[in-house]
Ligand binder design. Structure first.
Ligand SMILES: [Cu+2]
Length: 108
């Protein structure tokens, strides 16, 4: 069996670089899942709007704080950085999170 190490932007918790966003700006995020497993990605402190899934525009995308990113799928979301602080962004599969799939956004 292969041992999995789950990462965000190639980094494994707790050795992560904060994802810095400027207060008041729109933040467009590409969430790309190159693995063969699904990842329910959860953002604290914000709600985002889903814009695209695999390049297909989503009309009236839902406003949510979690999105299930299927294997070999990319998702574009947007939110407004209007909540100062440090906010976790992580996979909600506890196994994945505990093996490193956690980062944080820092709004300044
Ligand atoms: Cu996961």
């Amino acid at each position: 069996m292969q041992n999995y190490e789950w990462t965000i932007n190639g980094q494994k918790w707790p050795d992560v670089t904060p994802i810095k966003v400027s207060m008041g700006n729109y933040v467009l995020a590409d969430i790309v899942n190159n693995s063969m497993m699904s990842h329910p990605m959860h953002l604290h402190g914000y709600k985002f709007k889903v814009l695209e899934i695999n390049g297909q525009h989503i009309k009236d995308g839902a406003i949510q704080d979690t999105i299930l990113v299927m294997p070999h799928t990319s998702v574009k979301v947007v939110f407004i950085a209007d909540n100062p602080g440090k906010w976790f962004f992580h996979c909600h599969s506890l196994y994945h999170m505990h093996s490193g799939m956690m980062a944080y956004i820092q709004t300044y």
